[in-house]
Design a protein around this ligand. Sequence first.
Ligand SMILES: Cc1ncc(C[n+]2csc(CCOP(=O)(O)OP(=O)(O)O)c2C)c(N)n1
Ligand SMILES: [Mg+2]
Length: 289
Amino acid sequence: MNLTSKTYELRRDIIDMVYRSGAGHVGGDLSVIDILATLYFRVMNVTPENFADGERDRFLLSKGHCVDALYMVLGEKGFFDKEEAKNTFSAYQSRYIGHPNTEVPGIEINSGSLGHGLALGVGMALAAKMDHKRYRTYVVLGDGEMAEGSNYEAMMAAGHYRLDNLCATVDVNRLQISGTTKEVMDGGDMGARFRTFGWNVIEVSDGNDCGQLEEAYRLAASYRGKPTAVIANTQKGRGVSFMEDRKEWHHGVLSKEQYECAVKELTEKIESWKEAECDESNNQQTGNL
Ligand SMILES: Cc1ncc(C[n+]2csc(CCOP(=O)(O)OP(=O)(O)O)c2C)c(N)n1
Ligand SMILES: [Mg+2]
């Protein structure tokens, strides 16, 4: 499976779900989807079949408002029927509510109140060390979320306990709810903040490139003695031109015209990625590469 075309199919699923429900956080969904897809399809040892196994890897979406993207990845992974999530997202009595909750298969923690996921991840990683378990814990945070003071206490504890089985990813899309992260709360260099607390830091220049992300996670898994922070430089709204880098799409809802325009653009991109994959595999077969 080529992951790039898959992430564009997932983007189209997200747009579908947000349009049908009239709810969601589409900007941050589109910046984080490549991170989620790389983790679930290339890195983590977690499936519907092994979810009850204590050795499964743990995934925590601390920027819980982007659960729309997580639902689509978990659906694709077979945890539940994607269509069910699309049709009932944010509806009365649906389990697919607007932030992660553990009633949904595949979800480890309730989150959405920003600043909680990393501390919970530290606890899980520390428990793995104490219980001599091999699972790894992955936490995904937003760059605006890094204004929450609780993160810095969690970073300090992770460094202190040398939790090399913990990997945090910060989705640095440079925007939060009401403006740029720099304008709203400028905390300075993201990597430097983690280094101060004894973390190994890997900068990913294009955090919407699954290949770069996979390489970063491979390096993180082999690093010993420190937790790793992957600083993923992404773009909010990535893949839908009129949403890219625009704070208005943090939780914007699409009109019919906007929906049709977004689906058209994503479908064209999916087709061109698929053509490129086809050419690549033909070239490989004929030895042209
Ligand atoms: C404790 C807390 N305060 C405020 C909010 C409201 N809120 C939801 S999303 C958001 C902005 C988050 O920005 P960022 O972490 O950069 O997310 P992304 O850009 O990836 O969407 C805020 C302030 C919240 N969910 N939790
Ligand atoms: Mg952000």
